[in-house]
Design a binder for this molecule. Sequence first.
Ligand code: PLP
Length: 213
Amino acid sequence: MAAFLEQFEDARRARGVTLIVVTKRHPAALVRELAEAGHRDFGESRHPESRDKAEELADLGLTWHFVGQLQRNKARQVARYADVLHSIDSTELVEVLEGGDERPQRDALVQINLTDDPGRGGVAPADLDALAERVAASPALRLRGVMAVAPLGEDPGRAFERLARHAERVRTIDPDAQWISAGMSADWREALEHGATHLRIGTAITGNRPADG
Ligand SMILES: *Cc1c(COP(=O)(O)O)cnc(C)c1O
């Protein structure tokens, strides 16, 4: 943990980068400890685990980022407590989110699939522009930028280079969509080199996650 934060601090000083601590599978008590150490942004990937933590820690006024795949039948529930939705990947999902009366104008990132496997999360680059336009026009969402996970088996620097180009296209659709959510414990340096504004760091800060329950 100390090692990551020391190295990351230089990057944070050089330009404003938001550090999201991903706490999935960890107990709320750990999040509270990290909040006491000064962290404000937390990432979770599974509903209802994420809801339970957000409710238990509501007194801390933290910013909650939902970084996992958003299932359509749970999306509106997630939108009740998540401040930022990182995984908008279809127009159907946007429609679902518009159906509720949850807090309006949730911050949203379009997740881009950087692999050739359509089964992975994220919109295919070929469909990115249409989805970004749809989100930008949505009364329920505020388009803030893009999110991606580096594919396994590819140099993450090359993947994040593609992501940077996709992000540029999205900014031509909506100049306010400046965020690039990229970089995990293993590849945050490459993500920063290619313009990441939001890192999603789990194990490098929390240590290993408890086994899947
Ligand atoms: C778990 C997770 C992370 C954090 O991964 P680490 O390798 O533990 O840093 C980041 N992004 C997403 C989408 C995740 O699911």
